[in-house]
Design a protein around this ligand. Structure first.
Ligand code: UD1
Length: 419
């Protein structure tokens, strides 16, 4: 397993190009299962472990899938309907093939993803919504076995009791080829949902309201290929913005969507960071002297849970006390003991972290536990005095394209140690 050796204390200066969004790319790739004719071509496709897994999963279902130079191509028809445990266990987002398979093939067998380090992460909302559309679903031997009615899934009124990004995406895809009209109430409003709806509409779907809490989908008979560009990764951009803020210097992030990061910009500015943006760029500068700011994570447009760990690292060296409340996942504080080993002063009380800022962090041997915890440790190591070695960085490779190269170009001292 590879690790990253980081000598901290270097000021970051320079320009970083933001990649396409992993969380937009994965559902867009699942749309490869929905095409009747033509190719689906997705540009700005991030080259990540997770997008490679999704290609392998789609190929195992009979789709021709390839990614060349950040452009992904999908064609062909699904000839199999089983998403096997071996692939699903590596990537929870594999559940996104359930809706497309069921609506296109009429039958789907998808391994239950199971929990992960940040929480139990059930898929009950996906299952109940598909049942509302007429599917018969059984859970057997660790698999979701789903069947659509003989004449296909039926449009339905779906009221989600809780907001779920993945369930909203699964139902939008399933409803695109269902009979009649589906209305989703309490839908997720993330930019990735809008990107999915835009792509599906280019394929011939009829979706309105994406980006609001009510999405209406009028089912169509077939969908065709199209060319679509994946939106920039707001979480990658936010992570680099925080890295810039903690190390001082000036970072320019290009090819990003600042309007997707309004919540982060508000809190970084409160913390004393200089944030300037144009339509597609963000410039971050800071003298590394930070005010304490408290945050509570919530669904979009609130503060993203995927930036919580990074923001906590920033607050660990702020001048005073702050509080972070995690409302989305029940166990998303795995980075706290590792930050404590670097000298951070953080006390956990259920879903709340109380942080007393310290003057400096010290380098240490660290263990990455999940994707966003990993980047928070990298950010901490960039600021810390001395050397850190972050192991198990395969988590990082799931979500950050060319991470060390992008940071080295801005003056970071990072080396990948291959094992
Ligand atoms: C997506 C993102 C992930 C992000 C999360 C929340 C992708 C590939 N991943 O994950 O990076 O952290 O949104 O913004 O886009 N829940 C249920 N039942 C369900 C589904 C979800 O109880 O059937 C719960 C989850 O356990 C969690 C909450 O709802 O507590 C939100 O999860 P959800 O929005 O579904 O997250 P994902 O789509 O898995």
């Amino acid at each position: 397993m590879d690790s990253l050796k980081i000598i901290g204390g270097k000021t970051l200066n320079g320009r970083i190009k933001i990649s396409g969004a992993k969380n937009a790319a994965l559902p867009l790739m699942a749309c490869g299962l929905l095409i009747n004719k033509g190719n689906l071509e997705l540009s700005s496709m991030p080259n990540l472990a997770d997008t490679k897994f999704m290609c392998i999963l789609l190929e195992s279902l009979g789709i021709k899938a390839k990614i060349i130079n950040n452009i992904a191509h999908f064609s062909g028809n699904p000839s199999k309907h089983v998403a096997k445990y071996d692939i699903v266990r590596k990537m929870r987002a594999s559940i996104l093939v359930l809706g497309p398979l069921l609506t296109r093939v009429g039958i789907a067998k998808v391994s239950l993803p199971g929990g992960c380090s940040i929480g139990t992460r059930p898929v009950d909302l996906h299952i109940q919504a598909l049942e509302r559309m007429g599917a018969t679903i059984n859970l057997f031997n660790g698999y979701i076995e789903a069947k659509a009615p003989r004449n296909g899934l039926q449009g339905a009124e779906i009221k989600f009791p809780k907001i779920s990004v993945g369930a909203t995406e699964n139902i939008i895809m399933a409803a695109s080829l269902a009979n009649g009209r589906t209305k989703i109430h309490n839908a997720a409003k993330e930019p990735e949902i809008i990107d999915l709806a835009n792509c599906l509409n280019s394929m011939g779907a009829q979706i309105s309201g994406a980006g609001t809490s009510e999405v209406i989908i009028k089912g169509v008979k077939c969908l065709n290929g199209c060319k679509h560009t994946v939106i920039p990764d707001r979480i990658e951009a936010g992570s680099f913005a925080i890295a810039g803020a903690i190390t001082g210097g000036e970072l320019e992030l290009i090819n990003c969507e600042p309007r997707h990061l309004l919540s982060l910009s508000e809190y970084l500015i409160k913390a004393g960071v200089n944030w300037k943006n144009t339509d597609k760029t963000i410039t971050i500068s800071s003298n590394g002297n930070l005010n304490p700011v408290s945050i509570t994570t919530s669904e979009y447009p609130g503060f993203p849970t995927d930036l919580q760990a990074q923001f906590m690292t920033l607050m660990s060296i702020a001048n005073g006390n702050s509080k972070i409340v995690e409302t989305i996942f029940e166990n998303r504080f795995m980075h706290v003991p590792e930050l404590a080993r670097m000298g951070a002063n953080i006390n956990l009380n259920g879903r709340t972290a109380n942080i007393s800022g310290v003057q400096s962090l010290n380098g240490a041997r660290l263990m990455a536990t999940d994707l966003r915890a990993s980047i928070s440790l990298i950010i901490a190591a960039l600021r810390a005095e001395g050397e850190s070695v972050v192991s198990r960085i395969y988590h990082l490779d799931r979500g950050y394209e060319k991470i060390e190269q992008k940071l080295i170009n801005c003056g970071a001292d990072i080396e990948r140690i291959r094992e």
